[in-house]
Each structure stands twice: as structure tokens, then as C-alpha cells.
Design a protein around this ligand. Sequence first.
Ligand code: GDP
Ligand code: MG
Length: 526
Amino acid sequence: MLFPVLHTAADFLVITSIKAFKMVLADLGRKITSALRSLSNATIINEEVLNAMLKEVCTALLEADVNIKLVKQLRENVKSAIDLEEMASGLNKRKMIQHAVFKELVKLVDPGVKAWTPTKGKQNVIMFVGLQGSGKTTTCSKLAYYYQRKGWKTCLICADTFRAGAFDQLKQNATKARIPFYGSYTEMDPVIIASEGVDKFKNENFEIIIVDTSGRHKQEDSLFEEMLQVANAIQPDNIVYVMDASIGQACEAQAKAFKDKVDVASVIVTKLDGHAKGGGALSAVAATKSPIIFIGTGEHIDDFEPFKTQPFISKLLGMGDIEGLIDKVNELKLDDNEALIEKLKHGQFTLRDMYEQFQNIMKMGPFSQILGMIPGFGTDFMSKGNEQESMARLKKLMTIMDSMNDQELDSTDGAKVFSKQPGRIQRVARGSGVSTRDVQELLTQYTKFAQMVKKMGGIKGLFKGGDMSKNVSQSQMAKLNQQMAKMMDPRVLHHMGGMAGLQSMMRQFQQGAAGNMKGMMGFNNM
Ligand code: GDP
Ligand code: MG
């Protein structure tokens, strides 16, 4: 079921997320897409056109450091799947060729092994291993943060006694993200720390227990031995091998070396941001038959994405990660918010409601990631700076509302409560460390928003059947979105003109029309 303001949060998010999606291997994606597009431009599709297209695709893959043998294989597989003589209509040919290329690209990074996933309500112990500097400690925190946000009871253990400052690094990350942690400045035996930490957190019923270990060099037998001892002591449910993508094809040999020693069940590839060698890492790791479960795309705790082969390739080719987008929207559990819907029915919208809408938006994660999931938005649209500014603006608004009291937040005319007693504005400004103008600005925006809700609530039959989206016009929905977007970033509006289709697209997703979407893109069997 869809409801406008809730729905708006998602719409709004889509609109405001228009920024540079720091796309992994963006360059590769662009080149392959352009090669595929050459098919649509050709009037007749013959052997020559097919060969030229394949050559372009293969060159792009080689430039991204994919193994030459795999590239050759891909070319042969596509060619043998396509029989130009037998294909009838031109449209069909294009689709079939595109599909064959897509399928082969998926094969390239798909190890064909099902990835381990944690079990809710159980104590899942995850141990991290990998070379020094590969990004273990950073990635431990990212993974913990990821699960914590999803509502799992999550903690971190530092079993790296080898590197000086290792515990401080983990402690800092954990504290920042408010994740419980365990470690020691005095105990030198990583086996003891790991065991103690795991016991403690198991007793406290933690669901995701992540153990960071010290870095290993391939040659260092003693450290390898230590890794094995830690693994034997804590009996992890999953051993994650952390792999630095910048070493390209060398990934394969290294992943194998670790796999030979301990029971590596999954791989996380880090530093995929801005590295031409990314293609090498992804295809090399896949060849070791260890599924890649996440990828790291930056130093920040949010620069982290679950890895699923098909959506990854779709995204790479600018087709959007529709599956991921639907997941994100579903994660919000928007239908739970019965109380708000009840109020909206009566045309009411309080400051607290607005606050909760902002929270929903924040929960969906970085805008950049959301944007990357939308077909056609895999390219630069807004700079990283703009996203940060938008987020900062949203946070500032929430901080202001944090300084409001229940009466102010819960009034159906929040602005009136303030205008009656202007002293309140000063109090809130002081409490949140902003100017009174900032508070006034927020109230103005809120009033506009609330007025719009009121107008919509007044329309007869609006809530007929409980599904407002059917009864609200596009232009009304757009106005609500614009109002919300304005609160975050006035410049956003500038981009909205060209995006009229986006809202109806979101609606399609939510109504389960994703299949149609894929069909439209010419990849029916994705
Ligand atoms: P460890 O020795 O394996 O624990 O590695 P660290 O977690 O300490 O990371 C080593 C360096 O790599 C740090 O400077 C991190 O900020 C950086 N790093 C980790 N993951 C990523 C990533 O996905 N992208 C980028 N650009 N840097 C990363
Ligand atoms: Mg470390």
C-alpha cells in the first residue's frame, strides 16, 4: 500500500540523491554501454557490426585489467551464442546480442557459489583476515555499522596485537558509530583476546560478533599460524578475506593462499573507488570460487555496498539496480506508520512527523548509493560536496527539532505555538546552537509543507481504498516533493525540471512493475 508523504520520502530521496554516484569502474561501464549502443545505431546488424562491438567491449575489459584469457572466452561465448543468419528481425538481434554480453559479464564476476548470510537471533561470529593495509579494520567497522543499521545487535573485537595502535583505531571507529567493542592494551596473545571477547559478547546475546585480526604477509608463517590458532579458538561461522582491489589480477593468487590456510567463506573487495584495476580484482577473486559479499568504495564508513553480481553488472552498464532500490524502500517498513496515516487523513502534519520523515530519509543510507540504483543515473549529476551539504542541512534541521519540546513537536500547528510565544524560538536556537533566523526558516518551510498536507487531506475521497497514490495528482505529489527537497537544498529544485518521469518510475517500482522496467531496457531475462 502506498501513502503520499511516506511515498514522498522515497520520491524525495530519489530526487535529492542526484549527485555524482561514485561508480565503481564507471569508466568501464561507460565504454561497454557505448559499445552496446552502437548496435542500436547501426541500420543492419551483420558480422562486421557485431565484431566491432565485441572488439570495443573486450578492449574496455582489458583496460580494466580483466584477465586476457577470460576476455577471450567472453568474446567466443558471445559469438557462439549469436547466429546472425537465423535471427529474424533487427530488434530481436539487438536484444539478443545485448543479453548475451550481459550474461557473459555476469559470468565473469560470478563464482557460482551461494554466499554465507548470518542467522537472525543467533550469535554469528565473523572473523576477518587479510594482508596488512588491505582494509580489514576499516571494513570490520563498515560491516558492523551496516548490520547495526539493519537492527542487528552488533559488536567488534580487536584481536590485532601485532600492529601498534590497532586497538585505538578500532576503538575510534566503534565509538564513532556507537558499536560496543572489546580489546586490550596489555594482553599480547590474540587468541586469548579473541576468545574472551567472543565469550563475553555471546553471553550478552550479540547477533553479529566481528573479530578483527592482524595483517599477514604471504611469507610470514608465524602470523599465518596465529591466524589459524585464532580461528580454531573462536570457531567463526564465517571467515571473511579482505582484498585490496588495487593489486588487480594478483588478487587471485593471494586469495588462494589464504583459502588454503583457513576456511575462507567470503571475500570483501576494498578500494574499488577510482581504480582502473578493479575489473582485475573482481574477476580474479570470482575465479577462486569465493563469493564477494561486499565491496568497499572509499574510506568513509558509508562507502560500502552489498555485492550481488547481476545488480552490479546492471549498475555498471547504467541500467540501475532495481532490486536494490526495492530492498531499500522495503527496509523502511513504511506501512508500519499507521499513526501518521491516520493524522494525514485529517490533514494534520506536525513537526515531529516531519522529523520522522527526515529520519526515514537518513535511514536509507547515502544518497549517492540510492542514486546509483536508478536506471540512467549512473553518471555525474551532483558533486560529492553537494551531497554532503544536503546531508549536513538535513542534520541541522533535525538538530533544531531536537531542541524542541513535546508540545512544540506534537502540535498540529507547530508554527503557531512558536509565533504565540516568540521566546520559544530563542530557546530552541540557543539549545541547538543556530541563529533564530535558522529556526524561523525551518518553521516557514514546515508551515508550507503542513499547508499542502492539509489541502490534500481536504480533498474528498482522497483516501478511498486506503491508497492515496491513486487519488493524488502528479502535480500535488510533485509539490510535496519540491517542498521537502527545498528544505534540504534549494539547488535541488533546479534539477527537478528534467525529472518529471522519476516519480512515476518510483511508483512503478513500488507497485511491483520492476519486471516491466527491465523489459523496457531490453533485458527481459535478467
Ligand atoms: P588493515 O591493516 O587491513 O586493518 O587496513 P586498514 O583498515 O587500517 O586500512 C588501511 C588503509 O586503507 C586506511 O588508510 C583506510 O582508510 C584505507 N581503506 C580501507 N578501505 C578502503 C576503501 O574501500 N577505499 C579507500 N580509498 N581506502 C580504503
Ligand atoms: Mg587493522
